[in-house]
Design a protein around this ligand. Structure first.
Ligand code: PLP
Length: 378
């Protein structure tokens, strides 16, 4: 039977290969996955339970519960400085679906988009599904600042969007306000959408995160994508949200029906409790990842291993010298009992790199880093 060739040809994320290898072996320290090890706070779980008990188990409106959209508009306005009302917000099935719906709405087959290199592999996979070309723009892996000259050289008449990700997965770097302003001017000059993936917006431990949408008095060119996954340790609940300019909103809203209809209703009540309840868990998350970045960075530094100093997120990007990052990751899991994400899966700029996730217990991180250092591969 016929199966779409472009999907059969689509490359899987290289992280999965390492994860599968790790799953077949005993005693592997898992540092490849970008998933908080912290638990969802109890008051959030209770809110979902309570909603389900009250019979809130039916479809919600396509764009999300009105009270949640209201709370989200307040959040992006007060926390991110993005001027938005409830009508600018759509609740999505995680940032993944938010990003996919956004890209689906702003491209046609044969168009192209500008993606960070190194960058999160799912952007490229989404481009493959949509039949558009992914053009990777260089980022300085030590500072996280995009190379504007390189960006300019990649623009074609069919370029529709510039995708930004700050704080960055995999680098952990943030784009400074001045850099963002330059990127906004660039997008304006070439009449591009800015799709700003800000799922790590509240996991910043050095300096400040500037939201791309805060550069506009009202959303016009910037589409902002956020998530509950990382901020509230809610990856499995699948709740994210998109703040979009009014011109795009009706298209995104229409897309919800055939793609997901709505986000799981009890999960939306959980998200509402996350936003309106105590924010202590966010502070604890930030402190935890900051401290882990400091201690793991110290161990790596003592061993003479180069890495990018993260300002946020929960990753460390390590330099593996002349070696190929995929081969190093394979050897680490097969012979040294530690799984890491291979750099090349984040784009050509990751050829000689690996990514270590800090989203694991201190004990496991110490064991894993000792194995990395002891492997002699870095
Ligand atoms: N964007 C980036 C940069 C990510 O790293 C991730 C998850 O790893 C996501 C989006 C997806 O987030 P969600 O769980 O909300 O779909």
């Amino acid at each position: 039977m016929y199966i779409a060739p472009r999907l059969q040809d689509m490359q899987r994320s290289g992280i999965r290969e390492i994860g599968e290898l790790a799953g077949r072996l005993d005693d592997v320290v898992r540092l490849e996955i970008g998933e908080p090890d912290l638990d969802t706070p109890p008051h959030i779980i209770e809110a979902a339970h309570d909603a389900a008990s009250r019979g809130m188990t039916h479809y919600a409106p396509n764009t999300g519960l009105p009270e949640l959209r209201e709370a989200l508009a307040d959040k992006v306005t007060s926390v991110n400085g993005v001027a938005a009302g409830p009508d600018d917000v759509i609740v999505t099935n995680g940032a993944v679906q938010g990003l996919f719906s956004v890209l689906t709405s702003i491209v046609s087959r044969g168009d192209d988009v500008l993606l960070p290199n190194p960058g999160w592999p799912n952007y490229r996979m989404m481009a493959d599904i949509l039949g558009i070309e992914a053009r990777g723009y260089r980022i300085d892996v030590l500072t996280g600042q995009p190379d504007l000259d390189h960006l300019a050289s990649l623009v074609t008449p069919r370029t529709r969007a510039l995708v930004l990700n700050s704080p960055s997965n995999p680098l952990g770097t943030v784009i400074e306000a001045a850099g963002l302003a330059a990127l906004h001017a660039f997008a304006e000059h070439h009449d591009l959408w800015i799709v700003s993936d800000e799922v790590y917006d509240q996991l910043v431990f050095t300096g400040e995160h500037t939201a791309a949408g805060s550069l506009e008095a009202r959303p016009e060119r910037v589409i902002s994508v956020y998530s509950f996954s990382k901020t509230y340790a809610m990856t499995g609940w699948r709740v994210g949200y998109v703040v979009s300019p009014p011109a795009l909103h009706p298209t995104l809203a229409k897309l919800q029906e055939p793609i997901i209809s709505c986000v799981n209703t009890p999960a939306q009540f959980a998200a509402l409790a996350a936003l309106t309840g105590p924010q202590e868990c966010v502070r604890v998350g930030v402190e935890t990842y900051r401290e882990r970045a400091r201690s793991v960075g110290g161990m790596l530094g003592d061993a003479g291993i180069g890495y990018t100093e993260p300002a946020g997120g929960f990753y460390l990007w390590l330099d593996v010298g002349e070696r190929n990052g995929q081969e190093v990751a394979r050897a680490l899991v097969a012979h040294h009992g530690v799984a890491v994400a291979p750099g090349p899966t984040f784009g050509s700029a990751g050829r000689h790199a690996i990514r270590v996730a800090l989203a694991n217990s201190d004990l496991e991180l110490t064991r894993g880093v000792q194995r990395l250092v002891g492997s002699g591969l870095l």
